[in-house]
Design a protein around this ligand. Structure first.
Ligand code: CUA
Length: 160
């Protein structure tokens, strides 16, 4: 075997190991999980996903709920091409848990500048917690292509 072949084999293996370590870090240390692990929407026979989502708590009343001292849950329903609710307000420094699902197709849920970044799969619940320390307006964007008006799919999170 040529020396440069050996070098490339070792480099390729090192890259794979680095990716595995990054994946383990994301799941174990940062608690980033696949949609579905946080829950699924119960769908009755003959019922469509949208009807099932809107009949399931907390998506039957999407919005902000105080769940404890300095803790908030934000339930959001994604639908082509918007989020319900489209405007959310939380206090700065509080722990905010996003509980999000989609009623139609796969959407994204990203808040640029933070590690809030989830994929939303119809019928599956995506969940992630984050503390917004800096007050301001944060834009929520869809980063999974979901049709002709995908680029207009946004919402705003106001941190006061
Ligand atoms: Cu929703 Cu792109």
């Amino acid at each position: 075997m040529e020396r440069y072949e050996k070098t490339f084999l070792v480099l390729s293996a090192a890259v794979l190991v680095a990716f595995l370590v990054a994946l383990a870090y994301a799941t174990i240390a940062m608690h980033i999980e696949l949609p579905g692990k946080a829950g699924v929407i119960p769908i009755k026979p003959g019922q469509n996903v949208a009807a099932a989502v809107l009949a399931t708590a907390p998506f039957n009343h999407p919005g902000v709920t105080k769940t404890g001292p300095d803790q908030y849950q934000v339930a959001i329903v994604a639908q082509a091409w918007t989020y319900y609710p489209r405007e959310i307000e939380v206090p700065a420094g509080a722990r905010v848990t996003f509980v999000v699902t989609s009623v139609d197709v796969t959407h994204g849920f990203e808040i640029p500048g933070t590690r809030v970044n989830m994929m939303l799969i119809p019928g599956y619940i995506s969940k992630l917690s984050y503390r917004f320390r800096k007050p301001g307006n944060y834009r929520i964007i869809c980063h999974e292509y979901c049709g002709i008006l995908h680029h207009t799919m946004t919402a705003v999170l106001r941190v006061k």
